[in-house]
Ligand binder design. Structure first.
Ligand code: C2E
Ligand code: MG
Ligand code: MG
Ligand code: MG
Length: 275
């Protein structure tokens, strides 16, 4: 009896696995179709100076409205795209589209584009960035690439070589989700980053947990001594922003300052008189 029950369970497990694999294959396929049909979208999330409230730039975030499924989070489809080979063309689409759009903006704000670890491991990224800047006419100083530590650690030598080539073009490099990786300090030592993006997880407890606050303070001190500005991600409350202001954080990004979306130029260019 135990044997029969065991077999049934294995069978059930295998069916579950099959179903899971089938769904992933379907999603991977739909990603290629979306590329072909130009069905991705970009949204922009504002980044602001903590001390003055001025706009310092916009992070570019990819959106995919999957037919029959609705919006799929990039945290779900980016890893799949990385596993199934579409991240190269998807990343190229993001970079090209973001630069073309930003080049036509009425104000020369900076854009920050996320780059996958797989792209970073490929020398083609250097040519892609050069070509996209040339085709769009976007000044290199207006482009920033966001990379994560895990991306760099995968093939450190290659990644740093690629980053150096890109930085030499005048493009800046930010380290994303800082503080969550395994060797943050080592990563900082190996490359002159232009910005540290403090991971959102530190913001969550900043009002209630002295530990979180102490860590934020330490990272801000680190940024100051390395002369690298720090941007805090995931700022949702005024209390969090107050802490950041008290501690001398340079920039902030989060729902409190603006949700990812389309930029309302009318609003930006004609601020209400009361503002
Ligand atoms: P990320 O680069 O750390 O981007 C920030 C994420 O936090 C975005 O999620 C943004 O919508 C979200 N966020 C911003 N402010 C707040 C806040 O105040 N509270 C909370 N709870 N969340 C906030 P999104 O757009 O879902 O992107 C998730 C991740 O997917 C990104 O994390 C990035 O790693 C990746 N991703 C997004 N677009 C691209 C892309 O074009 N290429 C690549 N390779 N990865 C991308
Ligand atoms: Mg990012
Ligand atoms: Mg981040
Ligand atoms: Mg993140």
């Amino acid at each position: 009896r135990a044997k029969a029950e065991f077999d049934t369970r294995i069978c059930y497990y295998e069916r579950e696995m099959d179903e899971h694999a089938r769904q992933r294959r379907a999603m991977a396929h739909d990603l290629w179709v979306a590329l072909e049909k130009d069905a991705f979208d970009l949204v922009y999330q504002v980044q602001k100076s903590v001390s003055t409230g001025e706009v310092t730039g916009y992070e570019v975030l990819l959106r995919w409205d999957r037919p029959g499924h609705g919006l799929v989070s990039p945290t779900d489809f980016i890893p799949l795209a990385e596993e199934t080979g579409s991240i190269g063309p998807i990343g190229a689409w993001v970079l090209k589209t973001a630069c073309l759009e930003a080049a036509s903006w009425p104000e020369p704000y900076k854009i920050a584009v996320n780059v996958s670890g797989l792209q970073l491991a490929q020398l083609e990224l250097v040519d892609l960035v050069r070509m996209v800047l040339f085709q769009s006419g976007l000044e290199p100083e207006r482009l920033e690439l966001e990379v994560t530590e895990t991306a760099i650690i995968a093939d450190k030598k290659r990644a740093l070589y690629v980053l150096r080539q890109i930085k030499a073009m005048g493009v800046s490099i930010a380290i994303d989700d800082f503080g969550t990786g395994y060797s943050s300090l080592d990563t900082l030592r190996s490359f002159p980053f232009d910005k540290i993006k403090l991971d959102r997880s530190f913001m969550v407890e900043v009002e209630t947990n002295e530990q979180s606050k102490a860590i934020i303070r330490a990272i801000l001190a680190l940024g100051r001594s390395l002369s690298v500005p720090v941007l805090a991600e995931g700022v949702e409350t005024h209390a969090q922003l107050d802490v950041l202001r008290d501690e001398g954080c340079n920039e902030a990004q989060g729902f409190l300052l603006g949700r990812p979306g389309n930029i309302d130029w009318a609003d930006l260019l004609d601020p209400p008189l009361s503002a």
